[in-house]
Design a protein around this ligand. Structure first.
Ligand code: CMP
Length: 140
């Protein structure tokens, strides 16, 4: 089915000037970028986005990293977009990511892991709405 998913290119990959290479991977896989914005997240915005991880030991480092520089936030649309984006990203820990995935090629560590992608339809809906109003999404 056609789905939408929320993708974030994290501060490490933005700093590496890898936005274009990562966008090319989305587009070559048939995912359309239907909304996008560059943002430097506030602490409050990052904490709210990752609220489900609030009690995890890595929460403070995660939030600190996500506000360390600008991020590129996009909504991707396409057939099975949620799973397709997760395949393109590879495992959360880049040491475990398959060769040729975004994290294998661009990520340094489980904290600085280049990209985020929604993990299920419910989180995709919540995460897209967290960053984009309906009129900011431009399906084609
Ligand atoms: P992301 O998909 O953005 O969702 C939560 C992030 O927390 C994850 O990517 C990692 O960058 C980061 N993180 C750090 N340590 C861990 C861990 N032990 N397990 C899961 N995520 C972690």
């Amino acid at each position: 089915a056609t789905e939408r998913t929320l993708s974030i290119i994290k501060p490490d990959a933005v700093a590496k000037n890898a936005i274009g290479e990562i966008y090319t991977r989305f587009e070559k896989a048939g995912l359309k970028i239907v909304a996008a914005k560059m943002m430097h997240l506030s602490r409050e915005k990052a904490e709210g986005f990752y609220a489900e991880h609030k009690e995890r030991p890595f929460f403070g480092d995660l939030v600190g990293f996500m506000i360390s520089g600008p991020v590129m936030v996009q909504t991707l649309e396409g057939e099975d977009a949620i799973a397709k984006n997760r395949d393109l990203m590879g495992a959360t820990n880049p040491k475990e990511a398959e060769p040729g995935t975004i994290r294998a090629d661009f990520a340094e560590s489980i904290d600085a892991n280049a990209v985020h992608g929604s993990d299920a339809p419910a989180s995709a809906e919540r995460e897209i709405a967290y960053f984009f109003t309906n009129d900011e999404i431009c399906p084609r």
